[in-house]
Structure formats: structure tokens, C-alpha cells
Design a protein around this ligand. Structure first.
Ligand SMILES: Cc1cc2nc3c(=O)[nH]c(=O)nc-3n(C[C@H](O)[C@H](O)[C@H](O)COP(=O)(O)OP(=O)(O)OC[C@H]3O[C@@H](n4cnc5c(N)ncnc54)[C@H](O)[C@@H]3O)c2cc1C
Length: 378
């Protein structure tokens, strides 16, 4: 965790924290309640360099993956849903363009995302293909120099509001990791439509929905990476996504601990502050210990990733442990606050709902266990 202690990142963390307290915190509960994304906040954040700081400088970023980690954790401490949508746009969509795109594609798509003017999404999951990602049936075929894409994607973060889409499709008849292609699609292209936002348990200000593709015809310019390499590129990028995802757990768990610590110093029962009961102290101590262990591991993981190490097993360990940790932490925060914690007026109710997605999205906990075991046994 060497980088997280460096002065420049402490300064950045303090600045983002100040910005989030002023701009994001006041709208976090309302945007969750209304299920609407706080786009104004994102645009303002973009103006300060908090969108896509990891993306290359020539397109408007800072080329700094550590800065991305600092911003990510701070955002999740205030609004997980806000960061979920931002992440789909500047990390998953844009990072795939930065890693696998042509120079023209980078110039066309990255600056608008970094400036917060455009929103991206990344679409793999289908109604019948979730954990078993290679079983997707969305397909492409060639027609002259063009590609024609058909299929249906679901559970796609930002789909209802996105300007740009990366869609993963396979060649009919191809199997396993062969025949995959990633296409960059744009709203307004003939045959592409999106559904209404789904109603969800948590991350409610982040719109999630379907993408429907009916004979979408695109030229070769819209192919991302090499024809047939779609799945291989996807697996390489997924490690980066999985390295950051645990920071969501850390941000939410920190917020749970913060709320609980404040509360126990104010609430009295049996003539004593809750903070004086050792059973309550034990809960706080365990929450804090597990959080710090997870934070330390995840920041080290980010360093390994930046140094170009293979992090498949470590990213899965981080995601598995941190998502389990935050669900325990959110449950304990509510327990510490009793009936008040269960009420919507208190933020821990939202944190508890938000935490659940971390055991499902970007690969479920069961799938992380399978990956860890596969890596151990090979
Ligand atoms: C809010 C939200 C946002 C999302 N955003 C995106 C997005 O932007 N883009 C995108 O492409 N997808 C997105 N997803 C989809 C997400 O990645 C999938 O939901 C996830 O991968 C699980 O797939 P599934 O829901 O189909 O569950 P399934 O794969 O049907 O799994 C159901 C259960 O079975 C278990 N299971 C499955 N296979 C095995 C196995 N081999 N061994 C043991 N247990 C197993 C799972 O762990 C799980 O507990 C999002 C999902 C949600 C809820």
C-alpha cells in the first residue's frame, strides 16, 4: 500500500472527499430514492479530473491508475450507485477502448467520456448467459465489409442512458473462447434499442437495463480489437475491473463504520452510551479489522496490476473477501443502530442494500471461488 501513503494521493483523497461531501452527499439519498443518476455531479467531477484519471493523457486523462483507485473508494463511501455508473463508463467501457481500440477509436470515444459529456456501457450478460459468459448467443455475421449483429443483453449498467455501447457477440457455430467480437455501438444506430431502467434492491441511482440488437449493421471501424479476439480481450480486461471492484466494498464498509462510530457515542441505553458496551465495541473492532485487512490487500493488488503482474487469482481473492466483509459490516452497522438503522432516514439502510450487489456483479462469489481453486490447482 505504498502508493496510498504518498502525499500526492493523500492530497487527492482529501480533495475528492471535500468535493463529494459538498456535491455528492447532499443528493445521494434523493437520487437513490428517485432512481435517477446525478449527471450534474459527474460533469462537475469530470471538470476536476475525477473521471477517467487512469486513461491516457493525450485523450484528457492523467494515465494514473492509483488516482483512479483513490477516487473510486471515496465515491463509494458516499454513493455506491454513482460510482457504479461512473465505473461502467470510464473504467469498463473506456478502459476497453484504451486497451484494445485503434487510434481513431480512442480519439473518437475517450475525450467525451473523460469530460463527462458522454456515457458508456459494456454489455456481455444475456437473459440465458450470466456466469457462463461464453454461452452468449448474441451473434455477428459478415455482409461484404460490414458486420450485422443480432441479440439481446440484460442487466447492463447505464444501458438506459448510454451514448456508447461495447457489445460482445460471437460467430454462429463458434465455441468456447473462439469467434468472439467486441463492437462499439452508438445510440441512434438503426436496430439498437434499450429498455426501461430495471427496479433494483441497491445501487438505485445507477440505471440498469436491456440492450436489444436487431440487424444492427456496422462497418469494420466499429470492431474493437481483432476479429475473433473478443473473448480473450474481455478476460484480460476483466482482471482490471475485478481489481477495482473490491474498492466498492471498502468504500461502503468505511461508511458503515463511520456511521456506527458516530451513533454509539450519541445513543444511550441502560444509562450508558452504546460505545461503553463491550459487545458493541467488539462489533466495531471486527468491522475495523476486516476493513483494514481488505484495504491493505486491495491497494497492494492495484500496485501489482500497475506493475503488469498477472492478478487473476489475487483479484478474485480480493473480490471474494471484500464483498463478504462489506455485507457483514453493513449488517453489523444496522444491528448497532437497532431500529433506527433499519429506517430509511439512516444511511446504513442504503449501504446494506448496496452491499449485496458486490457478491453478484462482475462475477459472483461462487465464480470467484472457482477461479481461485482453478488457479491453485493448475
Ligand atoms: C445491478 C447489476 C448491474 C450489472 N451490470 C452489468 C454490466 O454492466 N454488464 C454486463 O455484462 N453484466 C452486468 N451485470 C450482470 C452480472 O455480471 C451477472 O448478474 C452476474 O455475472 C451473474 O449472472 P446471473 O445473474 O445470470 O446469475 P447466474 O449465472 O444465473 O447465477 C445464479 C447463481 O448460480 C451460481 N452459479 C452459476 N454458475 C455456477 C457454478 N458453475 N458453480 C456454482 N455456482 C454457480 C451463481 O454464483 C449464482 O449464485 C449486472 C448485474 C446487476 C445485478
Amino acid at each position: 500500500m505504498i502508493f496510498a501513503k504518498r502525499e500526492e494521493y493523500i492530497k487527492l483523497r482529501d480533495e475528492v472527499r471535500k468535493f463529494n461531501l459538498k456535491e455528492l452527499a447532499p443528493v445521494a439519498d434523493e437520487s437513490d430514492e428517485k432512481e435517477s443518476f446525478p449527471l450534474d455531479v459527474l460533469r462537475h467531477a469530470a471538470g476536476l479530473g475525477y473521471v477517467g484519471p487512469h486513461l491516457p493523457e493525450q485523450y484528457g486523462g492523467m494515465g494514473d491508475y492509483y488516482a483512479k483507485a483513490v477516487v473510486y473508494e471515496e465515491n463509494c463511501r458516499v454513493s455506491f450507485g454513482y460510482n457504479l455508473s461512473l465505473n461502467a463508463s470510464d473504467l469498463i467501457f473506456a478502459n476497453n477502448i484504451a486497451r484494445h481500440g485503434s487510434e481513431e477509436q480512442k480519439q473518437k470515444y475517450l475525450p467525451g467520456i473523460i469530460r463527462g459529456e458522454k456515457t458508456g456501457c459494456w454489455a456481455l450478460t444475456e437473459p440465458d448467459a450470466g456466469s457462463d459468459a461464453l454461452s452468449i448467443t448474441t451473434n455477428w455475421k459478415k455482409d461484404g465489409g460490414d458486420y450485422i449483429i443480432n441479440g439481446r443483453k440484460t442487466f447492463i449498467t447505464n444501458a438506459p442512458i448510454a451514448d456508447f455501447f461495447i457489445v460482445i457477440a460471437r460467430k454462429p457455430g463458434s465455441t468456447k473462447a473462439e469467434g468472439g467480437c467486441a463492437f462499439i455501438l452508438e445510440r441512434g444506430m438503426q436496430g439498437l434499442s434499450t429498455g426501461k431502467p430495471f427496479r433494483k434492491l441497491g445501487g438505485r441511482c445507477s440505471p440498469t437495463g436491456e440492450v436489444v440488437l436487431e440487424d444492427v449493421r456496422v462497418s469494420r471501424d466499429q470492431l474493437l480489437g481483432k476479429e475473433g479476439n473478443g473473448f480473450k480481450d474481455m478476460f484480460a480486461s476483466l482482471d482490471v475491473e475485478r481489481a477495482y471492484t473490491p474498492l466498492s466494498s471498502i468504500g461502503i464498509a468505511q461508511a458503515c463504520l463511520d456511521e456506527a462510530v458516530i451513533y454509539v457515542k450519541q445513543r444511550k441505553q441502560f444509562g450508558q452510551y452504546l460505545s461503553e458496551f463491550q459487545l458493541i465495541q467488539e462489533k466495531l473492532a471486527v468491522m475495523s479489522a476486516e476493513l483494514e485487512v481488505a484495504r491493505h490487500y486491495v491497494y497492494n493488488l492495484i500496485e501489482l496490476m500497475v506493475r503488469g503482474k498477472r492478478i487473476t487469482k489475487e483479484a478474485s481473492i480480493a473480490k471474494l473477501f471484500a464483498s463478504d466483509m462489506v455485507n457483514r459490516s453493513a449488517r453489523e452497522a444496522i444491528q448497532i443502530m437497532g431500529g433506527y438503522g433499519y429506517m430509511r432516514e439512516y444511511k446504513v439502510e442504503r449501504y446494506f442494500r448496496d452491499a449485496k450487489l458486490l457478491e453478484i456483479g462482475a462475477g459472483t462469489s461462487e465464480i470467484q471461488k472457482l477461479i481461485i481453486a482453478r488457479e491453485l490447482l493448475k
